[in-house]
Design a protein around this ligand. Sequence first.
Ligand SMILES: *Cc1c(COP(=O)(O)O)cnc(C)c1O
Length: 490
Amino acid sequence: MNNERKAVINMSGENFKASGYQLVDKIAALLDDIYNKPVTTGETPFELKKLLPSSVLPENGTDAITLIDNAADLLINHSLFNGHPKFAGYITSSPAPVGILADMLAAAVNPNVGAQILSPVATEIEIQTIKWLAQLIGLQSGYAGIMVSGGNMANFTGFLAARTIKAPKHFKEQGVNMNDAKLTVYCSKTTHTWIEKAVVLFGFGTNSLRWIATDSENKMDNIQLEQTIKEDIKKGYTPAIVIGTAGDVSTGVVDDLKGLAAICKVYNLWFHIDGAYGIPAAAVPELKTIFDGIEAADSIALDPHKWLYSPLEAGCTLVKNPNHLIETYSSHPVYYNFDTYEAERAHNFYEYGLQNSRGFRALKVWLSLQQVGSNGYVEMIREDIALAKLFYDLANQHPELEAVTNNLSITTLRYIPQKSSSIEYLNNLNERLLNVLQSGGELFLSNALINGVYCLRACIVNFRTSKKDIQEMIDIIVREGRKLHEQFQQ
Ligand SMILES: *Cc1c(COP(=O)(O)O)cnc(C)c1O
């Protein structure tokens, strides 16, 4: 090491190699073994705490090679693996192996992608990644945006841009609801919880939120939406933002985006689409019509760490007009530069979002987009959808299962030992069943409450899941369901 200073945190190239090679060997083994490991060990927080070093912060250091090796063992032997082929809970994907390597490379170079001057090539890569994401989902016009940590942040980033455009002129000085502006926001009951955080955090208040009912297909009821907007205008409110969902968390339903876009046009409202989960499916030619209307969105949230299989964290906000982000987030008068040097104006990502210093999240997404191409994504998303459909069909055919919903790659179902059982009994049974399944380590599902019916929910955003896994998951659910039902009868 050609370095006069001997800082304890530094590592020589040689030590780094020794430690790194050992680590890579363990990760490579995990990638091959993950098929045979339990999804989770089911250990309690108490048991896990005992695996950590003593509770007192160490005063003196430990050799890095040993530490990394021990940390690898700790994590590989005691984690819940969303990369497991039978992990189908919530919406967390198996991480793409190329993304694992990309995160290491990103950390090694450590560009600060807040300012272009600190991240010259990384900035170009992020700009290109965002363009490619827009192309992947079929957007033709010049959407741009920013990579963020996930779906919540992607939605917030778009929501705040909407606020800038829809709030009264001097709201930056005087606050959102000066002059009794009474801005209102519209979303359906199926909208993810981020919206509740957003109206509280960003000064609208929960009273500004209009929960629009859903129709028989669980899509936002566009007729009720328009009626509510009209009534609000009459009452002196200022309708501002409509949130459409492209793939709702519970059941995967995509709102009638085209209809929402038309309403937004008539009433001059900001149209935001939360596509955190589902919008990558717009890349699949035969599904395109479900997503008609996305090109009318003013802002779109998508989440590469969901259906694009990026390791956590990776979200992305796309906006139709990038100036809407700059007007929201830029803290100096950027337009001064536009006049004379537009072509050379620096692309500083701190002016496009909430963060100042920013990591290089784009790299893992950029690399996986190239590793598999748009065709590779279309194929994998199609397969995930087919597997969710298989889950539904097998449940449908099974006398002790009820298939409830199937949209995109989400299927909901429940265990029904006897058709005559009461709803209370079945809800209780299925809730207990989910807990048993989750701690059992053979598979991982989550739940959904659909019109008061407690369901098991499988969401396949997992390139490791196969038909065999789906068949086995059905068998496991039935086996454990029977056991519980028998216990309940005693
Ligand atoms: C997952 C999800 C979110 C939140 O995204 P995070 O990445 O968990 O922050 C928001 N909306 C929808 C529709 C989602 O599926």
